[in-house]
Design a protein around this ligand. Structure first.
Ligand code: GLU
Length: 321
């Protein structure tokens, strides 16, 4: 069954850029009669807050976007206690992520990393054949004896040892994508040294376990997708169809962020802006409507078609609202 998910991080109030992805995600799934699950990506205790999660639910409902109850598959026993009100909360699921790490470890695909921030900075300097920011594998080469000695001193982060493999897929918006994991992605983090599981591991394992068949999200995550496809395959899960939608940029070219409080949905709502005005504007920016005239989300369902959605980032100017 067609199953999509919307996976916001409750690290701030939802802004127009988040609403843009949420609307396209909802239209894609609902226009084809699929199920839409909601997952709170609240893994980072320093950044995520329950009040932001509550506000997110209010904002989605206000926009006219609904979701289905997350009913964990019987084989995913760890998820039983991680849902509330039909929503999956990643912060309650660390035993499940730890179990995925154990499965990867059994395949010899993990290693501990002791690099400090400064070492990481130096370690990701451009090297022969590798893209900037790619980890140079310093800790992959440590001998077992060195690892044991260092583990006795401080906790380690955990990295995936990626294979020398090219991952290709066809994105529903961006078209064909290819990435050589070793040189363009490198050995990536699965768990921080403070025990917080990384987004890459959690999102991938959750997509796999929930049987997600399509993922709609911002274009900023396109680069993460090859490593997620590799993880899904390695963990024995099916790979969904991906749709990476454009980002909304401010007039000066910056990405809208959760720090732009004035463009948060609750601030706009406080200014008396109607949800149909926001949906109409977002649909226009996406390429779905010729003008930014107000429209209810459900009115867009009959004509929704991915082929009309723009591929390039879109500039939002205040005057549009
Ligand atoms: N939590 C991520 C965000 O809010 C989205 C992750 C995903 O859809 O895979 O940007």
């Amino acid at each position: 069954m067609l199953t999509g998910r919307f996976a916001p991080s409750p690290s701030g109030h939802m802004h127009l850029g988040n609403a843009f992805s949420a609307l396209l995600c909802w239209l894609s799934v609902r226009s084809r009669g699929g199920r839409l699950l909601l997952r709170m990506e609240d893994l980072d205790p320093a950044r995520c807050r329950p009040e932001y999660a509550r506000a997110l639910l209010d904002d989605l409902a206000w926009l006219g976007l609904d979701w289905d109850e997350y009913v964990p598959p019987a084989r995913d026993t760890e998820a039983q206690g991680a849902t509330e009100g039909g929503i999956l909360y990643q912060s309650r699921r660390s035993a499940f992520y730890a179990a995925q790490l154990t499965r990867l470890k059994a395949q010899g695909l993990l290693y501990p990393c002791f690099c400090t921030r400064a070492q990481l900075h130096a370690a990701s300097a451009p090297q022969a054949g590798a893209a900037p920011g790619v980890y140079n594998g310093r800790c992959r080469r440590l001998a077992a004896r060195q690892v044991a000695a260092m583990l006795a001193q401080r906790p380690a982060a955990v990295r995936a040892a990626v294979p020398d493999e090219v991952i290709s897929f066809c994105d529903g918006v961006q078209g064909p994508v290819r990435q050589h994991l070793a040189t363009e992605c490198g050995d990536f983090l699965l768990c921080r040294s403070d025990g917080v599981h990384a987004y890459q591991l959690a999102a991938t394992a959750d997509d796999g376990a929930a049987g997600i068949t399509e993922v709609v999200r911002g274009r900023d995550l396109l680069d993460s997708t090859p490593r997620q496809i590799w993880l899904l395959r390695t963990l024995g899960y099916a790979v969904p169809q991906y749709y990476h939608v454009p980002l909304l940029l401010a007039a000066d070219g910056r990405r809208l962020s959760k720090r732009e409080g004035d463009l948060s949905l609750c601030a706009l709502r406080g200014r008396g802006v109607q949800p149909q005005a926001i949906v109409g504007l977002l649909a226009h920016l996406a390429g779905l409507c010729p003008t930014p005239a107000p429209v209810a989300a459900r009115q867009l369902l009959p004509s929704f078609d991915w082929s009309r959605v723009h591929k390039e980032n879109r500039v939002f100017t205040e005057g549009l609202l």
